[in-house]
Design a protein around this ligand. Sequence first.
Ligand SMILES: O=C[C@H](O)[C@H](O)[C@H](O)COP(=O)(O)O
Length: 224
Amino acid sequence: MSTPNPQDEQKRAVAEAAAQRVEAGSIIGVGSGSTVNYFIDALAKSADPIRAAVAASEASAERLRQHGILVEDANAVDGLALYVDGADEINRHCQMIKGGGGALTREKIIAAMSREFVCIVDESKSVTALGDFPLPVEVIPMARSYVAREIVKLGGRPELRREFTTDNGNVILDVHDLNLGEPIAMERQLNDLAGVVCNGLFALRPADVLLIGTADGVKTAHPA
Ligand SMILES: O=C[C@H](O)[C@H](O)[C@H](O)COP(=O)(O)O
């Protein structure tokens, strides 16, 4: 049998730790990505099942359904107690870059709907300063060039994500070299550009709890 990759082991460990925080019979928000896939698998194994999940991507919805977990429309619930999702980068304030998989808009909606946001990451995602990971920006297709030019004015280097359409029918600009020293201000500035649907900075609504998978086990942190 092949040895499990240590990064995957950390993802699995944080996913299982997050599954233990889930209340039986509740409706929860479920994000997307490889770490969340482990979380969905852990949910499916739980002896105390949830009632339903609101999913941040079609891929997560599909995986939940494959495990026999009911997927609820976000409009059918009036709020969520808990949201579990991964991140591409997270700092000590629990501000994040998300959207590596292109699911940022639905993720931000579900985060906004949720009382508690638990972020699950392996230790490679924990950073001192946000910005090495290119910042995903979801854009209405007809605004692609305009938004790209505006982002250049802000100091960024936008790159169209090739052969990719979001679940909402939009395109993604992956922005390199943007100064994210003031994440809240930049999140607002990008939101203000006409044609931007959402950007992958989660600073206005950071995570409430961070579970980090490390070589020494799962560590828990809160915004500094
Ligand atoms: O759009 C994707 C999401 O923001 C993911 O949560 C993020 O990319 C992290 O994904 P992974 O767990 O696969 O590293």
